[in-house]
Design a protein around this ligand. Sequence first.
Ligand SMILES: N[C@@H](CCC(=O)N[C@@H](CS)C(=O)NCC(=O)O)C(=O)O
Length: 234
Amino acid sequence: MIRFYFHPTPNPAKVALFLEEAGLDYEMVPVDTSKGEQHLPAFRAINPNGKVPAIIDTDGPGGKEARVFDSTAILIYLAEKTGKFLGDPADRAELLSWLLFIASGLGPFSGQAVHFQFAAPEGLAYASNRYRREAERHYQVLDDHLAGREFIVGDSYTIADMSAWGWLDRASRVRKGEADPLAPFPHLKRLFQAVEGRPAVARARAVGTAHAFKKVNDEETKRALFPSNYPPAA
Ligand SMILES: N[C@@H](CCC(=O)N[C@@H](CS)C(=O)NCC(=O)O)C(=O)O
């Protein structure tokens, strides 16, 4: 059994997709980041970084419980555990390279592009431009790589494609104001649509929908999500 610590946001979405693709038995545990539940000591014991996703595998290595945090670590852990969606072993260097490119580039720059265009105070044009343009540059790198290729790694659907899907799903926020945000990146758009068409995506999108996650963006939410805007806790 996997306990899956979840909030309906891009990094947990990648893991939801893997769990559904692999047909693993799991229990979704809501972590309402808008209420600050990611900062509770009980959750910090699972992810010291205080972010979702995280998992507990009650049947980890040696039959012992294992915690895994960070979406890319979880994807690699579960792919190795199940032997699914890792691609050809001969392509492992490519798989790790593209996973880390998404984990350290495409994902974080997309996140900051969304932050500066939607959450930060007005007037931070330099930051908005930098993060949006860097996100777009990462889109272009992946788009160029995908020319003439069906998937990111080798010739099969892997955790790299799932990882990219999680953030490409937010392209309309990353490229605020664009009606068809992936249009300039036709290979990326094709990949996104191919993943989007998989039955597991509909199931992954349904994860957590029965839970009443907080939607209001009030002072509690701002303090929970952006603690660096407030004085350090004593
Ligand atoms: N590198 C981490 C990033 C995790 C992350 O930023 N998660 C967001 C949701 S997508 C979160 O927990 N936000 C709440 C917060 O930052 O307090 C991963 O890939 O899992």
